[in-house]
Design a binder for this molecule. Structure first.
Ligand SMILES: Nc1ncnc2c1ncn2[C@@H]1O[C@H](COP(=O)(O)OP(=O)(O)OP(=O)(O)O)[C@@H](O)[C@H]1O
Ligand SMILES: O=C(O)c1ccc[n+]([C@@H]2O[C@H](COP(=O)([O-])O)[C@@H](O)[C@H]2O)c1
Length: 210
């Protein structure tokens, strides 16, 4: 399947990688954003501040490989909505995974690192994804490629103790008070950021029709 054909030629800017200067610290925030909401903005602003990032790149996925796509809104619609929500000079929205022709995070990160060796990437996700991280394709290789920042989410706080990834990599967990060091550290390294909680969810928004 040609994933990038899901974007009209007029919206080709979504298919570019954002610009960054060598040495920049970049948070890679992947998501379905179906639709985007305040919880996503909380994650992005939390990592921007607490990790001292230069930018957060919102990677709007062509489709989470572990989710049913029957109610997934078209990619271009999700891109527009995400761009409206992530309205900040340090937040960039991209559909670059469609260019890479993969919905798999391990492959995306491998390719980004090869393409932009001068950038310091951190993978960013919410705590619900920590709980199921061991089901992702090549999940251990993701841990070997980039530092990971996990932001707390209602209902998933305990994943920091119980998740197979958290248990297997317990020795590689960085205390959250040292989170600003994370982007410069050699993987495997991860941290769990407690923050104010936001119970927004795309599922609830789709169900309520808002
Ligand atoms: N309220 C929230 N608090 C913290 N993290 C969140 C929150 N909502 C989503 N995230 C994180 O943001 C990323 C993108 O989430 P996603 O687009 O799947 O939203 P969602 O609300 O979980 O969607 P759905 O209900 O359709 O599964 C994921 O890493 C997810 O863990
Ligand atoms: O690589 C995988 O196997 C994999 C499995 C599940 C989710 N992901 C990615 O995780 C990000 C968050 O997905 P989501 O649906 O929870 O917003 C998004 O970029 C997905 O493509 C990746």
């Amino acid at each position: 399947m040609n994933l990038s054909s899901a974007i009209r030629p007029g919206a080709a800017d979504w298919l570019k990688l954002p610009h960054a200067e060598p040495g920049n610290r970049i948070g890679l925030f992947g998501g379905s954003f179906n639709p985007p909401h305040s919880g996503h903005r909380l994650v992005a602003t939390t990592v921007l501040k607490r990790l001292g990032l230069d930018q957060v790149w919102w990677f709007v996925t062509p489709g989470n490989p572990l989710k049913d796509h029957s109610d997934l809104a078209p990619l271009e619609m999700r891109l527009h909505m995400t761009n409206a929500l992530a309205d900040h000079p340090r937040m960039k929205v991209t559909a670059y995974e469609t260019v890479l022709q993969t919905p798999f995070t391990a492959r995306t990160i491998k390719k980004l690192r090869a393409m932009r060796p001068g950038l310091r990437f951190v993978w960013v996700m919410g705590a619900d994804n920590l709980a199921g991280f061991h089901k992702w394709q090549d999940w251990r290789s993701i841990l070997g490629l980039v530092p990971i920042a996990i932001v707390d989410r209602p209902g998933a706080s305990l994943s920091v103790l119980s998740a197979p990834m958290a248990k297997a990599y317990e020795k590689h967990r960085l205390p959250e008070e040292d989170a600003a060091l994370l982007p410069d550290m050699a993987p495997p390294i991860w941290t769990f950021l407690h923050t104010s909680l936001d119970d927004a969810s795309s599922t609830d928004l789709r169900r309520s029709g808002s």
